[in-house]
Write a protein that binds this ligand. Structure first.
Ligand SMILES: N[C@@H](CCC(=O)N[C@@H](CS)C(=O)NCC(=O)O)C(=O)O
Length: 225
């Protein structure tokens, strides 16, 4: 069959409409904040909570838990730890820096309603070090020989010290006592019955996920009033 110019024109137009309306791939907007993380990382969880409080749209870029991390280190120039925040060409390594930058760029709602940013950062020094180390010993001591060999090797190489779940297992009773002391401090601090987290976090108030693919992933167990 020979197509006349008019029929060909009609077919072309039909194809164009089909392409635009049916075959067109679905476009999803990628948020400006890209968050390099992995789900089980407590430092990432701290930032995820802050993103949730600020109701920011963000997308997670899941990175490996152990080396190699070719995409991450290429992005950061060698830094391998998690989390890392990327906004356009700006790369922020370290959760404390990320929290400060979020507050600077997106001041409302503030993470520091009483203007106590310095105190909160001092607190982070304590929670990111003393509290975190006690938790690491309890968790990995509890897992004992179930901790994968590749993980043990990776963390030994990272710290320059033997990562030794068996030794951690022996230290669990001591570390649990340490943890109780740390948690007692928190308990005393929160004993005034405040409902700060729920008051601050609009996503929690609404009890439904807010804008963004993973803005409200934090469990906030035991923090909300
Ligand atoms: N000071 C860093 C510490 C981050 C950190 O140590 N993160 C852990 C995961 S929770 C980590 O990167 N572990 C080694 C790794 O994943 O390669 C921060 O606050 O972001």
């Amino acid at each position: 069959m020979v197509m006349t110019a008019a029929v060909r024109d009609q077919v072309d137009r039909f194809c164009e409409i089909l392409h635009r309306s049916v075959i067109k791939p679905e476009r999803t907007a990628v948020p400006d904040i890209l968050f390099h993380q992995y789900d089980s990382s407590p430092f990432s969880e701290k930032v995820r909570v802050c993103l949730g409080i600020k109701q920011l749209a963000w997308a997670a870029v899941d990175q490996p838990v152990i080396m190699p991390k070719p995409e991450l280190v290429a992005l950061t120039g060698g830094y391998r730890r998690i989390p890392v925040m990327q906004i356009g060409a700006d790369i922020y390594c370290d959760s404390q820096l990320i929290v400060r930058e979020l507050e600077r760029r997106f001041p409302e709602p503030t993470l520091f309603p009483q203007g106590d940013q310095g105190l909160a950062q001092a607190n982070a020094m304590w929670s990111d070090r003393a509290l975190f180390q006690a938790a690491v010993a309890i968790i990995f001591g509890g897992l004992g020989d179930k901790v994968p060999t590749a993980f043990v090797k990776d963390r030994t190489a990272l710290s320059g010290r033997k990562f030794d779940p068996a030794a951690m297992q022996a230290a669990v009773p001591h570390m649990e006592a340490q943890m109780r002391a740390h948690v007692a401090l928190l308990s005393d601090q929160l004993a005034d019955g405040r409902r700060r987290h729920r008051l601050l976090c609009p996503a929690c108030r609404k009890s439904r996920p807010s804008a963004g693919s993973r803005t409200h992933r934090h469990g906030h167990k035991g923090i909300s009033g």
